[in-house]
Design a binder for this molecule. Structure first.
Ligand code: SAM
Ligand code: SF4
Length: 326
């Protein structure tokens, strides 16, 4: 089996698979006007998704994250989790969700094979949460996180996008939340996307500001595994949870890139912020096409660039992250 590898020696064992671009929230930095359907939904059917997962797993993928849009909007979400969990060689099945169904479904999803959950909560203040997401179900989302903890999911993480005016000063609230909860909070620096240049200018908060506060308060950087992705993780003996920082504008951020993305319509994205996607769908119709699909994945990897070009204000062809799966 030949592993997916690019010209810079990076190996890719992590697939982020988007299963829909639709969403029921209206996050200011993603879909501020809500999801606007463009004609009939064209997302991959479960059998096509199964073929994507099988091809990647034959090329060394060991972890699949099911994302979107909001992946749990799909009626067959649980079936897709099961498909991922039953794919040969896959040892970790994760999802990223806004959490609106988590309290109700966490047990069923776990039975289907889901092991890790990232829930997006950009503020622990219910009003700020509602302002950012356009949704008032803050309590339900937090109840879902507690339910996942109760069920002993292997990892429960909270994603918070750093936003100057909304949560820039809320580090104490987040720290308080994880004092006794085994939740890892990932602060994600806001990334500039095609439709949101002005929003980015107004709200971007460099992760280094949080990093400094953490270091001043005795948080320590954890050692990195050889295969670790780009997050920097911090721990503190007085806290049950950890903090991760994702700083895409930091030097060398792309050096540890270990992930590839497939959009809900079947396009391979080598980076969140470069090309418009390499078509795979024409090879997803039958199992007989798997060798050709695998060959296309390998040859596509030669085109992966060393870094993104966000520093130059170039966010590639990505209008917002819901479009290709964040
Ligand atoms: N709907 C799900 C959710 O919100 O968790 C999954 C898809 S969402 C696109 C995945 C992650 O990307 C979320 O944590 C979201 O906050 C983050 N995200 C979206 N747009 C972003 C941006 N412009 N910069 C940084 N993170 C962003
Ligand atoms: Fe929906 Fe997630 Fe985008 Fe928010 S970040 S609008 S929940 S896809």
């Amino acid at each position: 089996m030949q592993q997916l590898q690019d010209r810079f020696g990076r190996r890719f064992h992590y697939l982020r698979l988007s299963i829909t671009d639709a969403c029921n929230f209206k996050c200011e930095y993603c879909l501020p006007n809500g999801y606007q359907p463009q004609g009939k939904p064209r997302h991959l059917a479960a059998d096509e998704l199964g073929r994507v997962m099988a091809a990647f797993s034959e090329c060394g993928t060991r972890k699949i994250r099911i994302t979107g849009g909001e992946p749990t909007l799909r009626k067959d979400f649980e079936q897709i989790v099961e498909l991922a969990a039953n794919t040969r060689h896959i040892d970790t099945v994760a999802t990223t969700t806004n959490g609106y169904r988590l309290a109700e479904c966490a047990a069923d999803w776990q039975r289907a094979g889901l092991q890790q959950i990232n829930v997006s909560v950009d503020s622990l203040d219910p009003q700020a949460f509602a302002r950012i997401t356009g949704d008032s179900r803050f309590d339900l989302v937090l109840k879902g996180i507690d339910r996942a903890l109760e069920l002993d999911y292997r990892k429960v993480k909270m994603n918070a996008v750093l936003l100057k005016e909304h949560n820039g000063k809320q580090l104490p609230q987040f720290l308080n939340y994880i004092r006794d909860r085994q939740v890892d909070i990932r602060f994600i620096e806001l990334m500039e996307t095609g439709l949101h240049h002005d929003y980015f200018k107004q709200h971007h908060l460099p992760g280094q500001q949080i990093q400094q506060q953490l270091l001043q308060q005795g948080w320590q950087l954890d050692a990195r595994d050889r295969d670790a992705g780009p997050a920097l993780n911090y721990s503190h003996p007085d806290y049950a949870g950890r903090i991760g920082l994702i700083m895409p504008y930091a030097k060398d951020f792309c050096a540890s890139c270990n992930r590839l993305r497939v959009s809900s319509t079947g396009k391979l994205h080598l980076c969140l912020f470069t090309e418009a996607g390499i078509e795979l769908r024409d090879l997803l119709g039958s199992d007989q096409q798997q060798p050709e699909l695998i060959a296309r994945l390998h040859s596509a990897l030669h085109g992966k660039h060393e870094t993104h070009y966000l520093h130059d204000g170039d966010s590639g062809a990505t209008p917002h992250l819901a479009s290709i799966g964040g």
